[in-house]
Design a protein around this ligand. Structure first.
Ligand code: HEM
Length: 354
């Protein structure tokens, strides 16, 4: 057909050749990128580590080490611990099917879009100027700082999830630890009744005086921090503690493991001992940056001060009114499902004070 067309138009052959060449370029680029990502890069990274004596399960095409990881997660899920044991590290995340993820994604996006539309309507009548309001203003603007609606939805998801889930779990684990350590619960209640007496909401001034409570919260974050590992992609060949790490390596910072290092935290690293924070967070361990619960550096948690205030205020209000203990039905099975949470919930027996 192309030859016949060429006889009549004199231009079809060059066009067909150009299309064919472009197709070959696109397909071969795609093929090269796929081979590089799925075959070449994993083998180069594994070989670089092997040369330095660092080995692991062999890379398998496309699935990598997912098989081993999933088997460990499944094994960890069935285990429960003694409530005095804080060694949660051997337990792992359960997997969910992608279909379920997509359904949830759609639902979350729908809910956020409804809130955004409501806010857009309010803004026309001069509504509140909060974080969402600022992002919507950036959506109206132009240039490099313009935020698309997808970016706003993603930011909302980050803030909602990062801000809600993590603090809720911090409170849960604080209640667990105080519910199993009555002497610490009493000490904290004495402090709260001294510094935040009365029925009104505790204010910033009184909360800043809750020294023991701050120590208990840091110790809770050390043993049961919501984020038990953080991922970082290595963007340039680098060296860390004498190990060469090639560009393209995905590294995991095992926060829960580092928070239990005897070398860093001392012989009682596995114990609940809030007093290790008596001289402040930077002096609690052999290394000033040892507590990684909120991460460190430029990408550290933007909401950490707010989270500490929320946790202190909520605990103060609970301690002022109730004594509590962990119910005998509680099963100690911390589960790292994006954030660290009690797999079967935390049943608590509350008693009204006085
Ligand atoms: C106990 C409570 C919290 C814990 C343990 C926590 C922990 C963390 C950690 C470890 C990171 C760094 C993650 C990484 O780099 O991979 C992070 C980031 C972040 N957190 Fe929190 N967080 C808490 C509360 C909050 C609150 C209350 C908010 C907002 C109101 C918040 C907003 C964020 C945001 C937006 C980021 C991303 C920062 C960035 O990437 O630049 N977090 N958080």
């Amino acid at each position: 057909m192309a030859i016949m067309a060429s006889a009549s138009t004199g231009q079809a052959v060059p066009v067909a050749v150009a299309v064919a060449v472009a197709a070959v370029v696109v397909v071969s680029t795609w093929l090269w990128k796929t081979v590089a990502r799925l075959v070449w890069r994993p083998y180069v990274v594994a070989a670089a580590f092997r040369k330095q004596g660092i080995t692991g399960p062999a890379y398998r095409l496309y699935v990598g080490s997912d098989g081993e990881a999933n088997a460990m997660r499944a094994a960890g899920r069935g285990e429960t611990l003694d409530a005095r044991c804080h060694d949660i590290v051997p337990r792992f995340i359960p997997t969910k099917t992608n279909v379920r993820r997509w359904e949830l994604e759609k639902k979350v996006r729908g809910t956020l879009m409804a809130m955004i539309r409501e806010r857009q309507a309010d803004a026309k009548e001069g509504g509140a100027r909060d974080l969402l309001g600022l992002m919507l203003e950036a959506n109206d603007g132009g240039g490099a700082t313009r935020l698309t609606m997808d970016e706003i939805v993603d930011e909302c998801k980050t803030f909602f999830f990062a801000g809600h889930e993590s603090t809720a779990h911090l409170l849960t684990w604080s209640i667990f630890l105080l519910g199993t350590k009555p002497q610490w619960q009493d000490r904290l209640r004495d402090e709260v009744l001294r510094e935040c007496a009365g029925d009104s909401l505790p204010d910033a001034d009184s909360l800043s005086k809750l020294k023991l409570m701050t120590m208990v919260i840091y110790e809770t974050l050390r043993l049961y921090g919501a984020v038990s590992q953080m991922a970082r992609m290595v963007t340039a060949d680098t060296e860390l503690a004498g190990v060469r790490i090639p560009k393209g390596t995905m590294t995991l910072i095992p926060v829960a493991i580092l928070h239990r290092e005897v070398e860093v935290w001392g012989e009682d690293a596995g114990e609940f001992n809030p007093l290790r924070f008596r001289d402040g967070v930077n002096k609690a361990a052999a290394h000033a940056g040892a507590l990684l619960a909120f991460s460190l550096g430029q990408r550290s948690c933007i909401g950490q001060d707010f989270a500490m205030l929320e946790a202190k205020a909520t605990l103060a209000m609970i301690l002022r009114r109730f004594t509590f203990e962990v119910s005998p039905e509680y099963v100690h099975a911390p589960l790292d499902f994006i954030t660290l949470q009690p797999q079967c919930g935390l049943p608590v027996v509350l008693k009204l004070l006085n």
